[in-house]
Every structure is written in structure tokens, then in C-alpha cells.
Write a protein that binds this ligand. Structure first.
Ligand SMILES: Cc1cc2nc3c(=O)[nH]c(=O)nc-3n(C[C@H](O)[C@H](O)[C@H](O)COP(=O)(O)OP(=O)(O)OC[C@H]3O[C@@H](n4cnc5c(N)ncnc54)[C@H](O)[C@@H]3O)c2cc1C
Length: 382
């Protein structure tokens, strides 16, 4: 492979932007092609929980987690299941948040600010790539232009541009799962606690997105259930929430911006080939129960950059192979944990509720287990 001087990136979501920040330099220019307009990209209000490993990486680009830019600290993670008293509370010491929450659009905005200041990155909005011709190394955009590429990165989320050059490992059990996302105001102050609640119909989570009573609700389950929740009027929705989540935050005062997403649980068997690299959701997509999809990718990006630097910035087969070898184990292990959590808690077999309740209490009372759990989700240790 000749020395790569330019990379084309398809998809300017958080992963495409962060990849560009990591790798753009006077020897390597990056061109990002994003389908959405800037406004549509930055108004998305899905909340992302960010782990310490992600915050450490953002710090490298002088992005500090402060409230002015929309980062909300998480003081504790409260995990419980419907129909039992078992629960576990995970936290670090009093003054150290266990993670941060930020709205997707706010995260994109802080990354865009850095990208726009980098003269080695070019970014086009409202530019959809319609087709990639792998054999002739070019792609076509929505204006009908054909562009040649030296090296191409797919960070197009669940896009549809990858051909059968790439094969997915999929999980049929997750085919019919959806997530409902809404912004809610609760009666009681959330005290910066993130809640995770397992119900037989699927897990739900609440992430604080201000300092008082506003949270983002993610409620997952089979399509039929999620469609029904979406169609409910305000009163019935609030009632269903209370019935499933319990009263720890009182009743809901407001429910806004309800939206549903299909959930996928799949990963590519190989994420890099010749002059192609696939990143983020396009490479691995997991149920949001553990809030790990983006955090895992940030660790992928960090690892890729370190390997590339170790190879004197020469982007060749060796870098792509080393990168895949370095990241496969953690990715598969997280996919398994996530799927285990969803399936393990989403059933009501006789006696199992009690067992799970004991498990949660065990976790809550065992300092070593707690430390291991926090470490894995904060820093991705495998
Ligand atoms: C409900 C929910 C909650 C989640 N919560 C968390 C969490 O708490 N913590 C966490 O770590 N992760 C979480 N995730 C996962 C996280 O959202 C993803 O890991 C992350 O968004 C992946 O970013 P991405 O840039 O790869 O893809 P995306 O965010 O999907 O971005 C892809 C971009 O590519 C653009 N694009 C697509 N096709 C084309 C094309 N043909 N041409 C040009 N542009 C194109 C799209 O417009 C989009 O802007 C959650 C996911 C869901 C669904």
C-alpha cells in the first residue's frame, strides 16, 4: 500500500469527528462527508453516558467535562429490578463522579468546534454518499459526483454501504427490540443519580441531564410494547412509568420528545480490509442497557491512534491487523455482557427474580465485586 496522505470519512457523527481529530495532521488530511445538515446533527437529544476512559480521551483534545458545554456528572448508578427489593448502588468517592451524561447533539457540538479549528480537516454537511465502488476506489455523492479515495473510513452508524466484503455476526434474539427515548421531568430531584431498572419486558434507564429534575428516559423492549408506549397519551404514559419504575423519583411532571430507535446487537467479523476501516456503530452495535457503545469506540480510536503512531504514522496492513487484534477481545466480551444482562433479566421463570435479587444484593455488599464492575465499565478492562 502506498503512503496514505488523505482519508475520506463517511459519517460525521461523534465517531467520524473524533477519528478526524485523532488523526488529522500535516501529513494526513481528512475529509468528512455527513448526510445531515449541521442543525439536524446537533439538535439530537438522545443522552449518552460517558465513562472515565472517554473523558480521558476528550481531555486530550482540551474538551473538559463542564456544565457550560452540557456535561452532567453522575454521582451514583442505582440498579434494581421490578418486583424485588434487591438493588445495587455503584459510586466512587463523594467528590468523584462515576461518569458523565451529555446529549448527543451537545457532544457533536463540542467536537465540531475543535474540528472547525483544525486546518487538516474538511467537513461537508448535507452530503450523502450513495454508493461506494470498492473495486475502483471511488464513491458517489448525492450531487452525482464521483470521488476517488486512497483510504476510506465508514463511521456511518447503521448504514447500508458495506457490501458482502464484510460479514456481520448477528444475534437473532435482538431483531425485534426497540428503545423509546424521552425527556422527562420528575417530581423529585434526581441528585445526579443514573437509574437502571430491569423489568421482564426489557430494561429501562434514566440519565440525569440537568442538575435538578430533568432526565432522559430510555425504555427498551419488543417493538409491540415500545410502539404501544409511544402511542400512549401523557396520563397513561406517566402511569405506566410509575408502575414499572416505582416511586423513587415520584411521578413524572413532563414527558417531551418521545422518539423510538431500532436496537441492534451485531458486530463485523472483520472491521478493516485493504484500504477500508469500519468504526463505531457501523462496526459494532449493542443494546444500550450498559451505555457502552460509544465508550467502546472511543477506546478503539485511542488504540488505533497509538498503533498508528507506533508504526511511524504509516497506515498499512500491519496497523490494521494489529488494531483488530488489539480490540477484538474487549468488543466481544462487552457484547456478551450486554446480551447477558438483557436476556438474564428479561424473563420471569419461577424463582429467578429472587436469585437476581440476591445477585444484586451480593454486588451491593461486596466491595471487591463493585470495584471490578466499576473498573470494567469505566475503563474497559477485560
Ligand atoms: C437509545 C440509545 C442510547 C445509547 N446510549 C449510549 C450511552 O449511554 N453510552 C454509550 O457509550 N453509547 C450509547 N449508545 C450508543 C451510541 O449512540 C453509539 O455508539 C454512537 O452514536 C455511535 O456513533 P457513530 O458516529 O458510529 O454513529 P451515529 O451516531 O449513528 O452517526 C453516524 C453518522 O453518519 C451519517 N451517515 C449515515 N449514512 C451516511 C451516508 N451514506 N453518507 C454520509 N453520512 C452518513 C449519519 O447522518 C450520522 O450523522 C446509545 C444508543 C442508543 C440507540
Amino acid at each position: 500500500m502506498e503512503k496514505v496522505k488523505k482519508i475520506d470519512v463517511i459519517g460525521g457523527g461523534p465517531v467520524g469527528l473524533l477519528f478526524a481529530l485523532f488523526n488529522a495532521s500535516k501529513n494526513l488530511s481528512i475529509s468528512i462527508h455527513e448526510r445531515l445538515s449541521k442543525n439536524d446533527l446537533t439538535i439530537q437529544n438522545k443522552a449518552l453516558a460517558l465513562s472515565h476512559s472517554t473523558i480521558d480521551v476528550l481531555n486530550k483534545f482540551d474538551i473538559k467535562p463542564n456544565q457550560a458545554t452540557g456535561f452532567i456528572p453522575i454521582s451514583k448508578i442505582h440498579t434494581s429490578q421490578k418486583g424485588s427489593f434487591g438493588r445495587a448502588i455503584l459510586s466512587l468517592n463523594e467528590n468523584t463522579p462515576i461518569g458523565f451524561v451529555i446529549k448527543y447533539g451537545d457532544l457533536v457540538s463540542v467536537l465540531l468546534e475543535k474540528v472547525c479549528k483544525n486546518s487538516f480537516i474538511e467537513l461537508s454537511f448535507s452530503k450523502e454518499i450513495k454508493k461506494v465502488n470498492f473495486s475502483s476506489n471511488n464513491f458517489e455523492d448525492n450531487d452525482g459526483h464521483k470521488n476517488n479515495y486512497d483510504f476510506i473510513v465508514f463511521s456511518d452508524g447503521i448504514g447500508n454501504l458495506l457490501t458482502d466484503k464484510f460479514t456481520f455476526h448477528t444475534h437473532d434474539d435482538f431483531d425485534n427490540l426497540f428503545g423509546l427515548v424521552a425527556e422527562v421531568d420528575s417530581e423529585l430531584n434526581h441528585n445526579n443519580v443514573a437509574y437502571e431498572r430491569f423489568t421482564p419486558d426489557g430494561p429501562m434507564a434514566l440519565l440525569p441531564i440537568d442538575d435538578y429534575r430533568k432526565s432522559t428516559l430510555i425504555w427498551t423492549g419488543e417493538k409491540k410494547k415500545v410502539d404501544r408506549l409511544l402511542a400512549l397519551g401523557d396520563t397513561e404514559f406517566k402511569y405506566m412509568f410509575l408502575k414499572n419504575f416505582g416511586e423513587r423519583l415520584g411521578s413524572l411532571k413532563l414527558v417531551n420528545h418521545k422518539k423510538i430507535f431500532p436496537l441492534r446487537h451485531q458486530y463485523l467479523n472483520s472491521t478493516a480490509l485493504e484500504n477500508i476501516l469500519v468504526l463505531g456503530n457501523a462496526a459494532h452495535s449493542m443494546h444500550p442497557v450498559a451505555g457502552q457503545g460509544f465508550n467502546l469506540t472511543v477506546r478503539d480510536l485511542n488504540s488505533f491512534n497509538m498503533i498508528l503512531e507506533g508504526n511511524k504514522s504509516l497506515l498499512d496492513d500491519q496497523v490494521l491487523n494489529l488494531y483488530q487484534d488489539a480490540r477484538r477481545k474487549e468488543m466481544i466480551s462487552l457484547m456478551q455482557i450486554t446480551s447477558g444482562l438483557v436476556k438474564g433479566f428479561s424473563n420471569n421463570y419461577f424463582g429467578i427474580n429472587k436469585l437476581r435479587s440476591i445477585g444484586l444484593n451480593l454486588l451491593d455488599n461486596n466491595a471487591f465485586l463493585k470495584k471490578e464492575f466499576i473498573s470494567r465499565f469505566s475503563y474497559g478492562k477485560d
